[in-house]
Structures are given as structure tokens and as C-alpha cells.
Design a protein around this ligand. Sequence first.
Ligand SMILES: NC(=O)C1=CN([C@@H]2O[C@H](COP(=O)(O)OP(=O)(O)OC[C@H]3O[C@@H](n4cnc5c(N)ncnc54)[C@H](OP(=O)(O)O)[C@@H]3O)[C@@H](O)[C@H]2O)C=CC1
Ligand SMILES: O=C(O)CCC(=O)C(=O)O
Length: 428
Amino acid sequence: MSTEIIKQNPFQSMIDRFNIAADILNLDESIKQKLQRPEKQIVVNFSITLDNGTEKNFEGYRVIHNTALGPSKGGIRYDTAVNLDEVKALAAWMTWKSAVTGIPFGGAKGGIICDPRTLSKTELERITRAYTKALADIFGPEKDVPAPDMGTGPDEMGWLMDEFSLVHGKTIHAVVTGKHLHSGGSLGRVEATGRGVSIITLLALEKLKIRPAKSTAAIQGFGNVGLHSALFLYEKGVKIVAVSDVSEAFYNPDGINIPELILYYNLNNKTIKGYPNSVAIKHEDLLLLDVDVLIPAAKEDVITQKNAKDIRAKIIIEAANGPVSSDADKILHENSVLVVPDILANAGGVTVSYFEWLQNSLLESWRIHQINKRLEDILEKGFETVFRVAAKHDVTPRIAAYIIALKKVAETQSVKEVALEAPQFKQN
Ligand SMILES: NC(=O)C1=CN([C@@H]2O[C@H](COP(=O)(O)OP(=O)(O)OC[C@H]3O[C@@H](n4cnc5c(N)ncnc54)[C@H](OP(=O)(O)O)[C@@H]3O)[C@@H](O)[C@H]2O)C=CC1
Ligand SMILES: O=C(O)CCC(=O)C(=O)O
């Protein structure tokens, strides 16, 4: 892969935005300190037997950022680049994401340093079960509820649910979301993040008075989020002119037939490599295309101060978590690029995860149109609130989203602390 990823510290990017919003809100220093730091960070080491009979050790993390608004919630990432600072940033973003959209969860994230592409299905199952066992006292439907992220999906979530249930001696569906339907998953969760990205993209296009059928988009990443974002936008008439995964980036000015590409991807071991009817381009050039919408849907820090000035898209929809580093914010703003932040743009996933958790807890099963309608309502309200607060404070949508989230979490945290500090009177 030829993409040059300039490594920033994603946790520092989170802190930079946090500080701007906290200053606007005039947040008390002690609450600031508390909200910047995770409540808990756990590092686990475990070994599994590989298919060839050898033992291999793995390191995994679970960071619980904040639980003021409810049980902590957030995905688990399998990737060779996973590290504690990345997981800390991702966990904090989950806190702010749930707060912006009004989902009653706190924030957490997990990860294991591994390369899922080189591990067999049975090895992935053993890794997931060992990680779950190590964290069996942390996870729980009212405590900490994992979900998929990069490199994980319904298989891993099903194994996690099963292992957690074995440890606790009963079936506990609501401990994890993003499961297969047969393991208690929800309709609509697989595609929820991409559906949410497409809802937010259409709202952003409307803001700039660009008709979807007249618009163009480039999408970086063709995994769960990139693929579904591409499909839903294609269905709305947006011309997707470029897509990429790790193996390849390609461009077709006439528009890529996304359903055909998905068929190709599914028949070719989940890669877009070698897809005909398009021209190969350099990975880094996809980000600089002259399109209406750029959708980074892969990983953090792909747009930094190094390439921000060369971005030609009118709108960036942050489908990935943290794709724009804080040092690029000012440059993009000065160049009038509308950036819809991750904590709003990709919140469709956690929203439908919340629906899954509710269905599991209530022993219900909702219909798809009900799920999609509620998702749309929540995201439209989130979008409208973020842009209203941005106008009120004359800040970017990102800082507005942080203002909304910080205010909500800080107020709840303070109320809880006052309650804890109050003198306890003995009842006779
Ligand atoms: N899954 C979810 O519900 C949610 C995910 N997110 C965020 O969305 C992002 C993507 O997650 P998800 O789709 O689940 O992950 P997946 O593992 O399903 O897909 C990741 C995709 O990104 C590609 N990719 C990785 N690095 C690069 C690169 N440098 N250039 C181009 N493509 C690259 C991968 O390519 P290849 O397949 O070749 O490895 C793959 O296509 C992450 O930031 C995640 O945190 C946010 C909210 C919810
Ligand atoms: O579905 C969830 O609970 C969380 C998804 C996630 O990890 C994210 O939004 O980044």
C-alpha cells in the first residue's frame, strides 16, 4: 500500500478540540481534568494455540472513558497498529458521540494487536474468546457493552456473547451488539453506520444547496462503513467516482457502479483489487480529488496539516473515527471546507447498537422500517442541533458537537458527584 499516513496522536487531537469547547463552556478545571482522562484502562495479555500447534501471545486493551450518561459502549478493533493512545481517543469519541446523539451510553473502546487478514477463523475465535475471558468482569449489559469496529464483525460479537454467557452460566444477549441475527442481533445493524453516513451526507449536501443527483463523491475504505455508505449514496443518485481499500485506489469520472463493485468484492475475498472499468490512482490522490464530498472511511489521521491545504472537496464527512487531525482543522476551515465530525457523522452504528441492546433487554424484535425511521429521526435531530449551536457560537460543526457533548456529560457528572459528596443521614 502506498498511502503515507502521517502519524499524529489521535488522543492529542481529541484533547485539542476538547480544550476549545471546554474554554467556550468555561468548564471548571477539575471537571475538565476528569473528562479528559479515561475512568479505566485495562491491558490484557493472553495466549492462544495457533492452527499450526504453536502458542502465540497477544496484547489487548479495553478503555472505559466515561460512564456518566450510562453503561460504557464502543467497538473492538483488530489491527496491527492498535495502541493504547488510539484506544483512549476512540473511547473518548464514543462518550461524545453518544452524548451528541442523545444515546444513554457512556464511552469505551477496545482493541487487540493482531492482523485479522492473516488469522484463520478458528484462530480469530480463540483470540476473541480469550480476550472476553480476560475481560469478563468488565463487560456486562449494564456495565460495558462492546460492538464491532475495524477488523471485527458479527462473528466476533457472537463469540464474545457466547464466551461471556459461558463464564456467567446463562445466556446474556445484551452484553454485546452487532451480533448475527441468530445470536440476538438487530435488523439494520450491519449497515447502520453507512446508512447514517448517507443520511448525514444528504443533509450536508442540502446545506450547500447541492442536489444529490448532481453531486460526486470519493470514498476511502471499502469495509463495513465505506461499502454501505457507497451503496446508500449510489442509491440516492450520488456519483461515486473513486473508492479505495488497502490494496488499491481507483477512479472513474463517469461514476462507479457500486452494486456491481460489491458483487466483485464479495466474489474476490473481500477486496476491490483488480476491479475493471476504472483507472488505478495513488491512494493519497483519492483524498485530493475535485469532488463535492470526500468520505474517509478507513482510519485516523489521513488528513493532516500536510495535505489539508490540497483538499478540493467541498464537504468532508468523517465516516471513520478521527480521519482529520486537529492540526488540519484550521486549514480546512479557512478554505471553507465543511467538515461534518465523526462524533455525528458515524453515529448511526452506535444508534442501532442501542436499539439492539434495547431489543435484547426487553426481549423484543423490531421491524426494519421502525429501526431505520428512528435512526433517521435521531441523526436529523443531531445534525440540526450541531448546526444550530455552531451558528450560535460561531464555531465549526466539530467544536459545536464537542460543546453539546461536553455540556451534557459535565452537567451529569457534576450532579452525580454532588450527590456522592452529600452527607449521608442514617434512617431509623
Ligand atoms: N463498524 C462500525 O459500525 C463503525 C466503524 N466506525 C469507524 O469506521 C472506520 C472503518 O471501520 P469499518 O468499516 O468497520 O472497518 P473494516 O475493517 O470493515 O474496513 C476498513 C476498511 O478500510 C480500509 N483501509 C484501511 N487502511 C486504509 C488505507 N490506508 N487506505 C485505504 N483504505 C484503507 C480497509 O481495507 P482492506 O479491507 O484492504 O484492509 C477496509 O476496506 C473506522 O475508523 C471505525 O472506527 C465508526 C463507527 C461505527
Ligand atoms: O456500535 C457501537 O456500539 C459502537 C460502534 C463504534 O465503535 C463507533 O461508533 O466507533
